[in-house]
Design a binder for this molecule. Structure first.
Ligand SMILES: N[C@@H](CCC(=O)N[C@@H](CS)C(=O)NCC(=O)O)C(=O)O
Length: 217
């Protein structure tokens, strides 16, 4: 079935990686219900939410009983469900480039950052956790520098295509985390090309609406 489902629900936590599909849905002009999963009260691990997403993570995108998880899958699904919004490239190589970026952000950038933010996932003892966090901090700086190098080579305003695609909002999530309390980078000084991209995308009316809804402005 290729048509967009009529009622979509996005389960999100403000400022988390669910910001990417939130932006995609808004840019697509989709009819959707945003539902906050409150991390402060560990709602992602509540019995009710685990019924929706047994992984205990956001984002989750639901249409009735049908639930989709994992950002790359959700983002591609949104983009292809609303073709008029042109959030998915048409050219085969450009599509592949878009997927390449999404895979890198999801399994490279996000997972590297998790070694800083969620070090307790990767070690048991206090010393082990501290070690994971310290090495994770070095690796995160390195991978952010690699993203910056790729951003500096862009020949247009957007990452994968001449027009905005779903990967642009996804990259913006990690730019925001760079400024956040766990990394506390000076993004504008140390990652100027990425920052220029972040300024372009955050100026878009759809993105402004999402940031306001998530309480991020
Ligand atoms: N591979 C997943 C990762 C999802 C993920 O880790 N989400 C985080 C928020 S950015 C989460 O829900 N964390 C909750 C927790 O760890 O308890 C994706 O890209 O969708």
């Amino acid at each position: 079935m290729s048509a967009a489902p009529t009622i979509l629900t996005l389960f999100y936590e403000p400022g988390s990686c669910s910001l990417a599909p939130h932006i995609a849905l808004e840019e697509a002009g989709a009819a959707f219900t945003p539902k906050r999963v409150d991390f402060k009260s560990s709602e992602q691990r509540s019995a009710a939410y685990l019924k929706i997403n047994p992984k205990g993570r956001v984002p989750a995108l639901a249409a009735g009983d049908w639930v989709l998880t994992e950002n790359p899958a959700i983002l591609q699904f949104i983009a292809q469900s609303y073709p008029d919004a042109k959030l998915w490239p048409t050219d085969l190589r450009t599509q592949a480039r878009c997927l390449e970026w999404m895979a890198w952000l999801s399994s490279g950038v996000h997972v590297t950052y998790a070694h800083v933010r969620r070090a307790e996932r990767y070690a048991a003892s206090e010393m082990g956790i501290a070690d994971v966090r310290a090495k994770g901090a070095v690796a995160t700086r390195e991978i952010y520098s690699d993203v910056e190098k790729r951003m500096a080579k862009l020949t247009g305003p957007w990452i994968a295509d001449d027009e905005l695609t779903v990967v642009d909002g996804y990259a913006y999530v990690f730019w925001r985390w760079g400024n956040g309390p766990h990394l506390a980078y000076d993004m504008a000084t140390d990652f100027p090309a990425w920052t220029a991209h972040a300024r372009r995308i955050s100026a878009r009316p759809a993105v402004q609406r999402v940031l306001a809804r998530e309480g991020l402005v």
